[in-house]
Every structure is written in C-alpha cells, then in structure tokens.
Write a protein that binds this ligand. Structure first.
Ligand SMILES: NC(=O)c1ccc[n+]([C@@H]2O[C@H](COP(=O)([O-])OP(=O)(O)OC[C@H]3O[C@@H](n4cnc5c(N)ncnc54)[C@H](O)[C@@H]3O)[C@@H](O)[C@H]2O)c1
Length: 441
C-alpha cells in the first residue's frame, strides 16, 4: 500500500500564492484563462509549447513527478516540471507578461490553487480518471488527453463528475479539430458515400523495444518520484522502460496501441457513423500476438478485431504501418482520413475538402483553442467527455478480448452498450474494471 504521507511530502513543492479568485461553477473567466499543466513529458511539452506560441492563456502552474530528465520518446529531450516552468517563465518574460509559473510535484497542490481555471492532464493513462475526478470536484475545467480512461468502468464516473460539477471537458482527440478529418467524417455522416457498410481503422505497430524475460530492476533516478508516478497502479520494481513514454506498452498503465492510436482512428469511425455515444452490438477478436511471457512490454504487438454496429455497419481495426487511419466504405464509394490527409475512391467525393494549411494552425492548437473558447462560453467543446468515453470504451472492450486471446483464441462476444459490459462473459467483464491501490481506488 502506498504511503500517503510520503506522496504528500513529495508534493510539498514550491507553495504558490492564491490571491486571484477562481471560477465559480459555471462562471465565465473575465480575462485570460489561467491554465495548469499536469504532466510535462512528450505530449505535455508539445501542448504547452502550442499554448504559449498561440498565446491561448496564462500558464500559471505546471506539475510533474519528474523534476527534469532525459529518457522520453526522443532520448535527448529534457522534460519534466522544472524545464516546463522555465520555458513558461522565459516565454512570459519575452512577451512582457508576469513570469510566475510555479512547479509542483503533487497535482493536488496545483488543484488547490484558486487562480487556476483549467488544467491540461497529460499524464500516463492510469492517472487520467483520478486526476479528472479531483479536478472536476475542485471546480477546474479539464483538457484530458486520450484515451479518456485507462479502464472502461472509469469513463462513466468521469462523465458524472464533469456534468455534476458543470465543468468543461475536452478529450485530447485533436482529429476532431482537424478540418480534413472533419470534412471526411461529416461527409460520411451526410451520406456522400451512400449507405455506410464498413469502416476499417488502423493502429500503428509498437515503436519502442523493451527488455525481455529476466529483465533486472534498475535504481530509481533522483529526479523521479516513482511511487507517485505509479499512483493507483500495482507496486512493481523500477525499470526505465516502464515509465517515461514507454508506459503505453504495459497493461498496468495503458492499453497498448489499441488505446494509444485506436483512440484516434476509432474515434473518427464513431464520428463518421454518427455515434457520439453508444457502441457496438458485438465485438470479436480475430488475432493478437504478444512478446514472450515475462517481457516488460506485455501489450499486444499486433491485433485485429471487428465489431458489428446497429444498422449492420461493420468496423475492422487492425495493426499496420499507418499509425492512424480511418477508411469509410459505402454503397457509393469510399473516403479515408488519417495523419496523412484524405483520399477517396473518386476525386469528386473530395470536392470542398479544406487544405490542412488553410486552417493556419495544426490540429492540436485548434483543439486547445476550442477548449479555451469553451471555457469562456461554457459550451461543450468538439470532443466532450461523452465522446471521449465512447471511443475509449470501444478500445477497452476490444482489448479485453485481445488480452484473453492468448488463452482463449478468437472470441466473439455480445456487447450491451447501455450496461457497458459484455453479455455473459465474466472473464472479459473483469478486465473492464481497473485494479487500483489505495488511496486512489
Ligand atoms: N493526442 C495525441 O496525439 C497524443 C500524443 C501523445 C501522447 N498522448 C497522450 O498523452 C499522455 C501522456 O503521454 P506522453 O507520451 O506525453 O508520456 P510521457 O511519459 O512522455 O509524459 C507523461 C508525463 O507525466 C508525468 N507524470 C506521471 N505521473 C504523474 C503524476 N502523478 N503527477 C504529475 N505528473 C505525472 C511523467 O513523469 C511524465 O513526465 C498519454 O495519455 C498519451 O496517450 C496523446
């Protein structure tokens, strides 16, 4: 059981003044939105730089359990709370704004600040739900990275907390703000390819290699509060390939590429199907391969699953060289979108397609800007909590059957979209519920 006192002590970072009043429930920020970043690693630093470059608000606080180190996705990148705060303060100084961004090791101290209107949660997946629930209860609006949840059963709690607190939540599914993906998904929804019959989605292969069976624990680096990094996850010996960036290849913290890339490609599938809430009638895992037992990376390396949706639409999701791609096949042709742009069976189907450059900014920036705009207007953003939940839920349901593949082989199971559970498949249903340690359970 983790020591709560030790966790709190680790978080006793620089105390910050809380002079400015925070937003009341449902209130609109009068001036610039004051933002706190939780998780300043690979994606967190990317989003932070975009907020600063587009001057979307004032970043008044950052938090990371890593003080600052290399060892992220790109080995030489130096990320963590200290480089993040230094970056914000340098940029603010350059723009003539007050340079008072504070760095915290415990996100709860950041949430205590009354002058933080909104938080951007960019931690590993196993932290998304606990942080979102506490942020919503603290009256903060939330930009939560995809996949919205780490386990299926968390999503409904996240919806309840956000709606109960009248909070704004944007899921980090930035393709929803990509004008090209919007064009394709809306065109499919509007019947441009006739009756939709089949959607084929892609998820990338693993892009990192972890240690095989017999791997040895490593000493925890000075900069990292490993216990706080683990948080609700099971106690495990430290290895550098467990944590920064590589957490996505371990089922204790993530769902592998099915939830990593699948949260994008399957989200677009749902969008084109016109299905912002709800899910399939049936899920079937057709193939899954894993590294040898005892490897540190234990998520599936290659997968193929399919689902049947109301109206007879079929979704097939498979590993491939394209990291994110969604192809819609209809009675009158096909349309495809993804990281590389849009293509179609007939150029006429692309009439009116906006160019990526036309937007002037990348989808991440547009997505963050949409969030900030909604913090002000109190309108739902383009990827609200229910949308993030439905996409993550599909990935979690598929992953449950994928994880059982090694012992059970190909499995088809009926899915009850209302109950958010398999019908009569206890082993798969157990995998939808997260295993969490106190005090986070
Ligand atoms: N939208 C996208 O296209 C996109 C792209 C990449 C990553 N992501 C998502 O962003 C999230 C983070 O991924 P990443 O690649 O940046 O991982 P990362 O490991 O590079 O960064 C995560 C950071 O969170 C920190 N952290 C862990 N526990 C914490 C805690 N309790 N409090 C504060 N900080 C904590 C880590 O120390 C690390 O610095 C994931 O959910 C991932 O799916 C989204």
């Amino acid at each position: 059981m983790p020591s709560r006192r030790r966790f709190l002590a680790a978080g006793a970072a620089v105390a910050a003044p809380a002079f400015l009043p925070g937003l009341g429930r449902g209130a609109t920020p009068a001036e610039r939105v004051r933002i706190g970043f939780i998780g300043t690693g690979n994606q967190g630093m990317g989003l932070l730089k975009r907020v600063l470059a587009a001057d979307l608000g004032d970043v008044v606080a950052v938090c990371d359990v890593n003080r600052g180190s290399t060892g992220y996705k790109e080995p030489d990148h130096f990320y963590g709370r200290e480089p993040a705060a230094a970056l914000v303060n340098k940029e603010a100084g350059g723009k003539g704004r007050p340079a008072g961004c504070e760095a915290y090791a415990d996100f709860r101290r950041l949430l205590d600040r009354k002058d933080v209107d909104a938080v951007v949660v960019v931690t590993p997946d196993h932290w998304h739900a606990p942080m979102t629930l506490l942020a919503a209860d603290a009256g903060k609006d939330i930009y939560c990275e995809k996949p919205l949840s780490f386990a299926a059963a968390e999503g409904r709690q996240m919806i309840e907390a956000v709606r109960r607190g009248k909070r704004i939540l944007q899921t980090g599914s930035q393709e929803r703000s990509n004008p090209v993906s919007r064009f394709v998904c809306e065109a499919v929804k509007d019947g441009r390819i006739g009756t939709l019959r089949r959607v084929v989605t892609k998820v990338g292969f693993n892009n990192k290699v972890g240690p095989g069976p017999g791997w040895q624990a490593m000493p925890v680096p000075d900069s990292l509060d490993y216990r706080a990094w683990l948080g609700p996850a099971p106690e495990q010996p430290y290895h550098q390939d467990r944590c920064l960036y590589r957490f996505r290849f371990n089922y204790d913290y993530s769902g592998g590429q099915i939830t990593n890339f699948g949260a994008h490609s399957n989200d677009m599938a749902h969008w084109g199907m016109g299905l912002d809430t709800g899910g399939p009638l049936e899920v079937e895992c057709l193939a899954a391969t894993f590294l040898p037992a005892g490897s540190l990376f234990n998520t599936a390396t290659e997968t193929r699953f399919q689902c049947r949706y109301p109206g007879g639409v079929e979704l097939v999701c498979e590993s491939g060289p394209e990291t994110v791609q969604t192809r819609f096949e209809g009675s009158d042709g096909w349309l495809q979108t993804g990281y590389k742009g849009a293509t179609a069976s007939d150029p006429a189907l692309l009439a009116g397609l906006p160019e990526r450059a036309a937007a002037g900014r990348d989808p991440h920036t547009l997505h963050l800007a949409n969030f900030v705009e909604c913090v002000r207007s109190r309108q739902d953003p383009v990827a609200p909590v229910e949308v993030g939940h439905a996409s993550a839920l599909l990935c979690h349901a598929a992953n449950a059957l994928i994880r059982l593949f090694a012992t059970s082989g190909p499995t088809k199971a009926a899915w009850d979209a209302k109950a958010e559970q398999f019908v009569g498949h206890d082993a798969a249903n157990r995998l939808l519920v997260p295993v969490q340690r106190d005090p986070w359970a």
